[in-house]
Ligand binder design. Structure first.
Ligand code: F3S
Length: 284
């Protein structure tokens, strides 16, 4: 390779919460247990394929799990309703909820008990948010666009603001400023963005300024990977979001001297390695 450099973000790939969930499932499958999960265990097709080959059963809802079955709760967590229904059916529950998500659940429940108006920065249909909102009796207002703030009716005197764990810090800041602009006097802010998301976001912002092209590796449905791609683009790097090395295109690297590689929290190391060697072959 001449004059071309591939720089991989230091914290690319599996975060602590995803690794913990994948390892827990892998260990249970090794014991020969029949393990069910509602929805994708992690937002990465290749990781799921590997676990499915080992026997993981991904289902759509609770009715697809036998009463004597074992269900793993994903790192995103689950709604109280699902947990209670599973318990009453006699399904064994193995909880792989990420501790950072658990912290956000505790915050939401605390805001609820204190009778605050609850505002969550996040995607209302994302499993993590559905789970968190179940701790507020589904009373939280959920925003993913700053323009939504002006239309929200706050009936209570205090607003508690928090975030989906994988959301952008810049959005949380924008929301707080917009609330201040609306004249709200009492705002309680809990930064529930997880350490891994914060680190990855800071890292990609810096890396994007140093490279000509950025390849972001991760599931297309992965919230944290999508956020990384958005930050990279906004920071000035030509950015491509791919899931696997086969999607790489040689012309992306024409005229590029420095190429960055970052990866979301559900991206396994073997996928990152394949992308790096794919790029290196293309720019040789
Ligand atoms: Fe947990 Fe953050 Fe990963 S919430 S699952 S450490 S992206």
């Amino acid at each position: 390779m001449q004059n071309k450099k591939v720089i991989v973000a230091k914290n690319a790939g599996f975060c602590f919460g995803v690794k913990r969930a994948v390892d827990m499932v892998d260990d249970l499958l090794k014991e020969g247990r029949e393990i069910y999960v509602i929805g994708e265990l992690v937002h990465n097709n290749q990781v799921i394929e590997t676990l499915t080959k080992k026997g993981l059963k991904t289902v759509e809802n609770l009715d697809d799990i036998p009463n004597d079955g074992t269900m793993v709760i994903r790192s995103h967590g689950a709604s109280i309703k699902i947990i209670n229904e599973a318990r009453s059916k006699g399904i064994e529950i193995i909880d792989a909820t990420c501790p950072f998500v658990n912290k956000a659940r505790i915050v939401a429940n605390d805001f609820y008990k204190k009778d605050y108006n609850i505002l969550i920065c996040g995607d209302k249909n994302h499993a993590e948010i559905v789970g968190i909102n179940s701790l507020t009796e589904n009373s939280a207002k959920i925003v993913n666009d700053i323009n939504q703030i002006k239309d929200i009716n706050f009936e209570k005197s205090i607003v508690g603001v928090m975030s989906q764990t994988t959301y952008k810090l810049t959005f949380l800041k924008e929301v707080v400023l917009a609330l201040l602009d609306r004249g709200l006097k009492k705002i309680v802010i809990e930064n529930t963005i997880c350490l891994d998301s914060t680190t990855k976001q800071t890292e990609i912002k810096d890396l994007a300024k140093k490279v000509d092209v950025m390849i972001v590796v991760g599931g297309k449905s992965s919230s944290n990977t999508n956020k990384l791609a958005e930050i990279s683009l906004a920071s000035g790097a030509q950015t491509y979001h791919i899931e696997i090395a086969d999607e790489l295109k040689k012309d992306w690297f024409v005229g590029a001297n420095k190429i960055g590689v970052a990866a979301g929290a559900s991206t396994a190391q073997f996928l990152i390695d394949a992308v790096v060697s794919g790029i290196e072959k293309m720019v040789e």
